[in-house]
Design a protein around this ligand. Structure first.
Ligand code: BES
Ligand code: ZN
Length: 869
């Protein structure tokens, strides 16, 4: 049976058609017993049946295959390394239908994978609930199965659970029989679905309920007493289902949709068919204590998971190589839904954050193509990353802008219809779009999904001719030889003067006269209009100066202002451009008021502040002063208190601006924060500290905390312990380590790993470590590595520890040290992230060196700090 070991995919001589599964979880012993009967089609001569199973104890005596007669295996082996169950029979099994039966037992684990235990409090008592999380490859930890997305089958589920509990699965209940303390609940059979979408939840819950206009019952379940917090998500879900039905031109295929908040949850949410599970922070909204950013998160996540009910659940990727079809697409289409529900949120402008994160990861040599080869199950977790999600969503957006919204939607609808209840590959989507548009979509898109990276397009103006030159962009400053077909768009002097073409070669020249770009002599030229393309643009000095002027004069849209800044930052890091010129450009944004632009300006300022602390510590105060000046106008406009009827974006912006001012050391902000915080500590409902400014206030308070002045931190921990709102806990966790005192950083990191913080949340404690605490965090992680690595096993949460702690460093020595530390601790599930994080450190180190060589920097920074732009 060795031929079955070490294979990425199961052999295909038996095809599952229908599973009849019975599970009996024991919530106090944290175990479960189960049995499964699987209707199979034997399609090739075989003495073996090979399926997936892991962490289960299979009762060998129970295993049998029944067709023309009963076949008992002569050998039953569970190969843990390959997560397969190999059944060997004495004779060749007859071709045709049969039923495979297996009894098994398992443990309700604490790893938030497979069939697991989550805990909550009810009336002061600690309780357990049982929850499933199967994506990508953990259904096999709950029942033996063909655990591959292409092995779709019908599922008939029956649960034996304590009678007082709520027991949910993908489909509605058909029968419930109570027998004393236990009840048996059976559910309607599902249509054919992939194993990773099967779900079960058992616990105590309340719910709120509504219906779509065509009668689909939608419920939001949450902990007892929190049902009101589910109302907002319920409203969003009903509206979104109605919208997708029109957009995809296919009905929601199941009779009901349940959405449930699970207190222990590794990802943000999971799109199980008909039973979507969420972190509390991604589903619940509290009118009094949730922030605008929390509200937007709920909308984004609900819209994303519901998109999967079509894109992913109805039409499923054929293999994990095409994961991006699920995730990239759901990410993109969630913006279509959010934009339709909340047009004033300008989510398509905010989409640029997705593109930016995609570009930043894909600028590394350690990136990977959107379509990525998968050789072992343990590699799958790591590709739920910014490439699959954000680059994926961005290339879809690029294609949609190129083809046009209507044609794109029509083609999508026919793709969904064609592959419903089936599986598809990337090229199947391209073919549908090609047929719908008449454009060579396959050819165009292969260059974006089959190779990693992206181009930087250099634009020069010479003798009234625009010269375009394409090369592969790397954040390290090296050049690659990738080739892309780039949809170039440009505007000249006005958004009415446009030109589009496909750049298919290394270089191209555009004659301004022939293209009727009459103003080219003096007007601004913006390439990649509205940033719908997944590439960067580098302008010659003359064109760059014209754009800077256009920004100051407010000629450009917010998307283009965003793009110019972001590209300039990336080019600076890659050492194509000086820090002096980047800072000068940033000065042109001093009157900026748009949320998305300012939000990126803040994030860039933070990164520059950190790099300057390494490269030119003597200039740090000036640089901080310059950044504080940059945000003055918007800070004054927004103030501390919400204005009646103000926009959602202003509410979000206020918090981000105040946080930035606190981090850059703006004393008046820190003082005011401290005053408001005191009022809040005395009265949690004080109007002085509305939810949108809490995180900023906490960060400001932590700036003054030290081991000899701990009261701010202690008050925050008290709020943490007392609140039962997850979003409040997250805000606090995310601010503690911003403290400049490294001893305090050590304390709060220990707190993050303590039993007071759910293990799903510990990484939030690492998100905002102050520059002073960077080294402490690294030492701490090394100390705790065995524990961390054991607690988080192979999940993606483990990779977050590495990227948060390692990436901020900026020296070659540190890169080496990290490499040496992990040399003996490497495993497949962290390999990619580790490589990327070390690459980031090396890039930062090179950047530091080049900044130190910049001659005009000191003088320029001093002038900028005095407000001379
Ligand atoms: N399918 C994923 C959940 C998932 C992630 C399962 C990683 C297994 C591993 C789900 O649809 C998802 O993408 N959730 C996102 C939220 C979304 C709004 C980007 C998440 O969990 O962050
Ligand atoms: Zn998703």
């Amino acid at each position: 049976m060795d031929q079955f070991k070490g294979q990425p995919r199961l052999p295909k001589f038996a095809v599952p058609k229908r599973y009849d599964i019975r599970l009996k979880p024991d919530l106090s012993a944290c175990t479960f017993a189960g049995s499964v009967s699987i209707d199979l089609d034997i399609v090739a001569d075989t003495k073996f049946i090979v399926l997936n199973a892991a962490d289960l104890s299979v009762n060998s005596g129970s295993v049998c295959f029944t067709s023309s007669k009963v076949f008992q295996p002569v050998n039953v082996e569970l190969v843990e390394a390959d997560e397969i169950l190999v059944l060997e029979f004495a004779e060749t099994l007859p071709i045709g239908e049969g039923v495979l039966s297996i009894d098994f037992d398992g443990v309700l684990n604490e790893k938030m994978k497979g069939f697991y235990k989550s805990t909550y409090e009810h009336q002061g008592e600690k309780k357990n609930m049982a929850v499933t999380q199967f994506e990508p490859v953990d259904a096999r930890k709950c029942f033996p199965c063909w655990d591959e997305p292409a092995c779709k089958a019908k599922f008939k589920i029956t649960l034996d659970v304590p009678s007082e509990l709520v027991a949910l699965s993908n489909m509605p209940v058909i029968e419930e029989t109570v027998d004393g303390p236990l009840k048996t609940v059976s559910y309607q059979e599902t249509p054919i679905i992939s194993t990773y979408l099967v779900a079960v939840v058992v616990g105590l819950f309340n719910y709120v309920e509504d219906h779509t206009s065509d009668g689909i019952k939608v419920r939001v379940y949450c902990q007892v007493g929190k049902a009101n917090q589910g109302k907002f998500a319920l409203h969003v879900a009903v509206k979104t289902l109605e919208l997708y039905k029109v957009y995809f031109a296919v009905q929601y295929p199941l009779p009901k949709l349940d959405m449930i908040a699970v207190p222990d949850f590794a990802a943000g949410a999971m799109e199980n068919y008909g039973l979507v599970t969420y972190r509390e922070t991604a589903l619940l909204f509290d009118d009094k204590h949730s922030a605008a950013a929390n509200k937007q998160r709920v909308v984004t996540v609900v819209a994303h998971e519901l998109a999967h009910q079509w894109f992913g659940n109805l039409v499923t990727m054929e293999w994990w190589t095409h994961l991006w079809l699920n995730e990239g697409f759901a990410t993109w289409v969630s913006y279509v839904a959010a934009d339709s529900l909340f047009p004033e949120w300008k989510v398509w402008t905010q989409f640029l954050e997705e593109t930016t994160e995609g570009l930043r990861l894909d600028g590394l040599e350690g990136s990977h193509p959107i379509e990525v080869e998968i050789n072992h199950a343990s590699e799958i977790d790591e590709i739920f990353d910014a490439i699959s999600y954000r680059k994926g969503a961005s290339v879809i957006r690029m294609l949609q802008s190129y083809l046009g919204a209507e044609c794109f939607q029509r083609s999508l609808a026919s793709y969904i219809k064609k592959y419903a209840y089936s599986n598809a590959k990337t090229e199947d989507l391209w073919t549908a779009l090609e047929e719908g548009s008449g454009e060579p979509v396959n050819n165009l898109m292969n260059s974006w999904t089959k190779q990693k990276g992206y181009p930087v397009v250099s634009v020069k103006l010479k003798d009234q001719k625009l010269e375009f030159e394409l090369s592969q962009f790397f954040s390290s400053g090296s050049h690659g030889d990738g080739q892309w077909i780039v949809p170039i768009t440009l505007c000249c002097g006005s958004y009415d003067v446009k030109k589009n073409f496909l750049l298919q070669t290394k270089s191209e020249t555009l004659d301004a006269k022939e293209s009727s770009l009459d103003e080219i002599r003096s007007a601004w030229v913006k390439v990649n209009v509205h940033q719908t393309g997944f590439y960067r643009v580098k302008y010659d000095d003359d064109l760059a100066a014209r754009l800077r002027y256009a920004i100051e004069k407010k000629y450009l849209t917010e998307t283009d202002r965003f793009g110019i800044l972001e590209d300039s930052f990336a080019l600076c890091m890659a050492r194509y451009q000086s820090l002096t010129s980047l800072l000068t450009l940033m000065g042109a944004y001093r009157e900026e008021l748009e949320y998305t632009v300012l939000s990126n300006l803040i994030s860039i300022s933070n990164k520059l502040m950190r790099i300057a602390a390494d490269a030119t510590p003597e200039l740090l105060d000036y640089i901080n002063q310059f950044f504080i000046n940059l945000f003055q106008i918007s800070a004054e406009k927004l103030g501390w208190d919400p204005k009646q009827g103000e926009s959602h974006l202003d509410s979000m912006l206020r918090g981000e601006i105040l946080t930035a001012l606190a981090v850059f050391g703006h004393d008046p902000t820190i003082n005011e924060a401290s005053r408001r915080f005191h009022a809040f500590v005395d009265d949690r409902n004080t109007p002085l500290l509305p939810p949108d400014i809490r995180k900023a206030t906490y960060v400001a308070v932590m700036q003054r905390v030290s081991t000899s002045n701990r009261s701010g931190c202690e008050s925050l921990l008290r709020v943490y312990r007392e609140t039962d709102l997850s979003q409040e806990k997250t805000r606090i966790l995310g601010s503690l380590a911003s403290c400049p005192d490294h001893n305090m950083v050590l304390e709060v990191l220990n707190f993050a790993l303590s039993s007071e913080v759910r293990s799903q949340d510990a990484v939030f404690g690492l998100a905002a470590v102050s520059k002073e605490g960077r080294e402490t965090a690294w030492t701490w992680m090394k100390d705790k590595w065995d524990h961390i690595s054991k607690t988080y096993g192979s999940g993606f949460l483990l990779t977050r520890f590495i990227s948060s702690v390692v990436s901020p460093f900026a020296s070659f020595e540190k890169a080496k040290e990290v490499e040496e530390f992990f040399a003996s601790r490497i495993k497949p599930s962290i390999a990619r992230t580790l490589k990327q994080s070390i690459e980031r450190v090396n890039i930062n180190a090179k950047w530091v060196q080049s900044i130190q060589k910049e001659k005009q920097l000191a003088e320029a920074v001093k002038e900028l700090a005095q407000g001379k732009y």
